[in-house]
Design a protein around this ligand. Structure first.
Ligand code: PLP
Length: 285
């Protein structure tokens, strides 16, 4: 918390001093949307796309932004430049606002609260690349399809992550009510089988990840070594793949070497996964 600089509605605070009302609807009901991005050399990664996705998430939960895209961008840049880190994590949270009373009615709320967190981003731990990470499967109970909004309600993902830790795994792959694997709790999911790269389609209930989008864009421009197909995938597709990895803006590409305690492929980070990571970093830098 000490390392954070936090912008609340335009005012920048040090982490421990940043405060928001207990009547904020994000606190009361998870009634908010958010984005997580990072900077490379002080430049925020794909910030226009992140702000656009924030607005798309807001639309999906009928949250009418009282800040414009330009205002949010300007506050993001202000926060980044107030800090000294050249590589920083940037979290943008937009809540529906502060309620005048308890109660669900959005009419009780004033204008949105915009909170931007930033702090230096540490490089990925070396063991992620040396050994890869382990995953479990977590069965979702809530039916969800299509491209998911990124809201302040991550309860199923939290339970999945908690279960993964209870089983000494790094994280969980979520499985939808139709038996298809959708994504990690804060990442998109990928497998490689017989020289083809696969990722679940958005229709299965997947966040339209911007790292995912970058890889799709690279594939279209033939800037990756493998053909890429969006396809519904079940647990056995993951169990029997040659290589597996997860992606997110703050972590890039992380090899998965164990699923449910069993080795993926040889049990070491996949050769093609590591090559994709190299190509991805060249592409985004
Ligand atoms: N899926 C979920 C549920 C996430 O929370 C995230 C990121 O936080 C991702 C996927 C990856 O998205 P991105 O590549 O935009 O970071």
């Amino acid at each position: 918390m000490e390392d954070f600089l936090i912008n609340i509605n335009g005012q920048i605070h040090n982490g421990p001093e940043a405060q928001i009302s207990v009547f904020d609807r994000g606190f009361l009901y998870g009634d908010s949307v958010y984005e997580a991005t990072r900077t490379f050399n002080k430049k925020p990664f794909r910030i226009d796309q992140h702000i656009e996705r924030l607005f798309q998430s807001a639309e999906k939960i009928s949250l009418t932004p009282t800040f414009s895209r330009e205002q949010i961008l300007s506050e993001v840049l202000k926060t980044i430049h107030a800090g000294s880190a050249s590589d920083a994590t940037v979290r943008i949270v937009l809540t529906r606002g502060t309620n005048s009373d308890l109660g669900l009615d959005p009419e009780l709320s004033g204008p949105n609260n915009l909170i931007i967190f930033t702090k230096e981003i540490k490089p990925n731990p070396a063991w992620w690349i040396a050994d890869g990470v382990s995953m479990i499967f977590f069965q979702k109970k809530i039916e969800a399809s299509g491209s998911l909004p990124k809201t302040g309600n991550y309860q199923e993902n939290i339970l999945a992550h908690k279960e993964a830790h209870a089983q000494k795994a790094y994280d969980a792959f979520l499985v939808n009510t139709h038996g298809f694997v959708t994504e990690g709790t804060t990442s998109n999911a990928w497998i490689i089988k017989d020289g083809v790269l696969y990722t679940p389609p958005l229709k299965d209930g997947v966040l339209d990840g911007l790292t995912r989008r970058a890889l799709l864009e690279m594939a279209k421009r033939q800037k990756i070594i493998l053909p890429l197909i969006e396809k519904s995938l079940n647990k056995d597709d993951f169990r029997n793949c040659d290589e597996c990895f997860i992606t997110s803006t703050t972590r890039n590409i992380v090899p998965v070497t164990k699923i449910e305690g069993r080795n993926v492929g040889s049990g070491s980070p996949g050769v093609m996964t590591l090559e994709l990571l190299k190509q991805y970093l060249e592409f985004v830098n």
